[in-house]
Design a protein around this ligand. Sequence first.
Ligand code: NAD
Length: 233
Amino acid sequence: MAGTEPVVVVTGAASGIGAATAALFRQRGWHTAGVDLNASATDLPIVCDVTDAAGMRSAAEQVVAEFGRIDAVVTAAGFYQEGIDVCDITREQWDAMLGVILGGTVNTCAAMLPHLLAADSGSVIAISSELALGGSATDLHYVAAKGAVLGLIKSLAAEYAATGVRLNAVAPGPTDTPLLAPDSLWREPEYLRTLPLGRLVRPDEIAATVYYLATEGSVYCGEVISPNAGAVI
Ligand SMILES: NC(=O)c1ccc[n+]([C@@H]2O[C@H](COP(=O)([O-])OP(=O)(O)OC[C@H]3O[C@@H](n4cnc5c(N)ncnc54)[C@H](O)[C@@H]3O)[C@@H](O)[C@H]2O)c1
């Protein structure tokens, strides 16, 4: 099925922000490949854990075998644990969080980037979090992992800028996806009233930011754009 249409790989494509992102790219005529623990509604759903480095390399090869190229990569696979004080976060919880959020982003970049570099073009957009900019209590392992993703992306952006491959990050504010439990503090009307825009962000609004960075936003390099309803100004 190799052709002229651009190709995007989205991790975490089975739900929430990743699903909305894959849907938008598809609507704009891109071929979409989704990597997730679950099957995604993409042109090429690949079931793989982003912590599996060899699995991610194989996923990249599947995408290139199917579509002949990779033009954009979006790293949205992730999970969240809310309401744990730092002293109560276990070693296992730290390792699991860092493993998926930071390690998964590293594995995705390591597997996909060679295909972008071979073409001297393309774009990687990592999904971080507004909490990495503003800090947050009782979910420190998540925030630390999301902050590490920013360091990773800025460094890779500097390393590869001259090649024509751009790397940037999107740091969403609280977004209405299954990641936020029904009783999440971020859904509380009391919290939402503190936001200048007074509401949760929608996944399609994050997708639009990602799409912009992959297409028209050609001068962005190592940037962090944070659609967050004014949570961090
Ligand atoms: N929803 C929010 O409020 C919010 C805010 C800021 C950042 N984010 C980030 O956005 C990204 C997407 O989150 P979402 O809100 O769409 O959540 P979601 O739960 O709706 O979707 C996350 C997806 O990632 C997949 N996933 C989880 N672990 C994986 C693994 N090890 N390997 C492969 N796939 C895996 C899940 O199966 C799921 O389909 C996450 O990185 C999250 O941290 C979300």
